[in-house]
Design a protein around this ligand. Structure first.
Ligand code: AHR
Length: 498
């Protein structure tokens, strides 16, 4: 029996809802078809946003949405995406599949989508191929209330009031697709560009995010901070980190989303667990410059990246989603909770039809992926207080170099005084008996829900409900102790009334 220790009396930090954020890019069928179908579509929609997708996203309480990229952001010129749709510029999306981008989804449409979702806005600006003026004017267009050329233009385009921009990214992956820069050069550009990301609404300053590192590129984090960190509050609020989980360590042959064996299962989970090392090491570099942890670590791209589904456009990054992805999501969301003192936002890549999506669509059809179900169970952590917890684990796996702990967990206290325990069992074969011990606490009641199955289980448009969560009631309660058995290959949520 493994012991799970929880001390609800020791609070470890606030869990920003944004730790369960999302990312949407003009890439493949993420925006077009996946989210936006236009007002004239036969697919039911509100102002062009498909109703089925918006409803499914509201069920997981999407807290924040990042847009328009990704690599697309550093090629995006926002003025192409405003005004009458028939006169918007058409362009080739050179990064992603060479398809025509007609700019029918632009700033107004993004803001409308966030309004429908009830989520915060995270707009990513263009440093790689855009000017300071262009970025500055975009901020003015979106946020300035008074009389000004850009505010007047917005009004002429039918939106009288300004919108709020909660988060603004100053470039994306500027070490790569965003301009192939060196960190010192980007650091200097960051200093300059961010100056013109004005706070027109002083009551609600924009949270400015610098482009951070790819995976284990610690040199980037160090040099960008060294170049920028002689400024005070508000100069840089966040710094990004991108890390994708590949079953293999080979970008040429990443592995299939659906066809994988047990070895690949553990290799994938081992790869995803690297996230903790990245948070700790980048975090310790940040601590050297920012010991008070004013700068948030913003993991604005994470998730699995497999070979595209056979027969689909290689530039569209469309992949299926199995129980393996549900576990990857559960492991990462637990990690983000555990490091909520530094991690202030995380955005899964990407929301619909691209990489590790929560939703897949096929024309008018839609399905919720196993990853959606993990987000659905974990939403109870949003805005909670992380409490002290730990679980006894053992190392498991089929190869010496790819051993993983069998269990991961995190626990939070919500505003109504209920505890939420989320746990993953990474083993493919072994159910694990757990004794939860709640320090100095009497447990009144516990209810649970579970997502479990075989490793390759997934939902299809024909069978959209193969993987779904179910009530979990095999729970024994005795004073401050709760006993249960978490099945192999599963994600669990317990709500504990104390
Ligand atoms: O999410 C797909 C791509 O991955 C993004 O456009 C880019 O930022 C990253 O390399």
């Amino acid at each position: 029996m493994a012991k799970l220790y929880v001390n609800p009396h020791v609070k470890k930090g606030h869990i920003n809802p944004e730790l369960q954020g999302h990312f949407s890019e003009h890439l493949g069928r993420c925006i077009y078809e996946g989210i936006y179908v236009g007002e004239d579509s036969d697919i039911p929609n509100v102002n062009g946003m498909r109703t089925d997708v918006v409803e499914a996203l509201k069920e997981i309480r999407v807290p924040v949405l990042r847009w328009p990229g990704g690599c697309f952001a550093d090629e995006y010129h926002w003025k192409d995406g405003i005004g009458p749709k028939e006169s918007r510029k058409k362009m080739i999306n050179t990064h992603w599949g060479g398809v025509v981008e007609d700019n029918s989804f632009g700033t107004h449409e993004f803001m409308e989508l966030c309004r429908q979702l009830g989520c915060k806005t995270y707009v990513n600006g263009n440093v790689g191929s855009g000017t300071v003026q262009e970025m500055s004017e975009w901020v003015e267009y979106m946020t300035f209330e008074g009389v000004s050329p850009m505010a007047d233009l917005r009004k002429a385009n039918g939106h009288e009031a300004s919108w709020g921009v909660d988060y603004f990214g100053v470039g994306n992956e500027n070490w790569g697709c965003g301009g192939n820069m060196r960190p010192e050069y980007y650091g200097d550009l960051y200093r300059r560009y961010q100056t013109y990301v004005r706070n027109y609404n002083s009551g609600k300053p924009i949270y400015k995010i610098a482009c951070g590192a790819n995976a284990g590129d610690y040199h980037w984090t160090d040099k960008v901070l060294e170049t920028t960190f002689d400024h005070g509050n508000g100069f840089m609020n966040g710094m990004s980190l991108h890390y994708y989980t590949l079953p293999t360590n080979n970008w040429g042959k990443k592995g299939s989303a659906l066809e994988f064996d047990e070895k690949e299962w553990y290799r994938t989970l081992k790869a995803t667990l690297k996230m903790e090392e990245l948070i700790k090491v980048h975090g310790s570099i940040m601590d050297q410059y920012d010991p008070d942890r004013r700068i948030g670590m913003i993991i604005d791209e994470w998730g699995t990246w497999y070979d595209v589904e056979p027969g689909t456009n290689p530039g569209f990054l469309y992949q299926q989603n199995t129980m393996r992805d549900a576990l990857v999501a559960g492991i990462n969301l637990n990690l983000f909770n555990k490091h909520c003192d530094r991690v202030k936002m995380a955005n899964i890549a990407q929301m619909v039809n691209v990489l590790q999506s929560v939703i897949l669509t096929d024309g008018e059809r839609m399905l919720k992926t196993p990853t959606w179900h993990t987000f659905h169970m974990y939403q109870h952590h949003q805005d909670g207080e992380l409490v002290e917890s730990s679980v006894e684990t053992k190392q498991i796996g089929l190869e010496e170099d790819y051993q993983v702990p069998d269990l991961t967990e995190s626990v939070s206290l919500d505003k109504n005084g209920r505890l939420h325990v989320t746990m993953t069992n990474l083993s493919l074969t072994e159910d694990r008996e757990i004794q939860g011990i709640f320090a100095d606490t009497t447990v009144k009641n516990v209810k649970g829900e579970i997502l479990t199955g075989k490793m390759q289980d997934h939902n299809t448009f024909e069978k959209a409900d193969v993987v779904h969560s179910e009530a979990f009631s095999a729970l024994g309660v005795n004073g401050g102790k709760v006993t249960f058995t978490i099945p192999a290959c599963s994600v669990l949520h317990l709500e504990v009334e104390v």
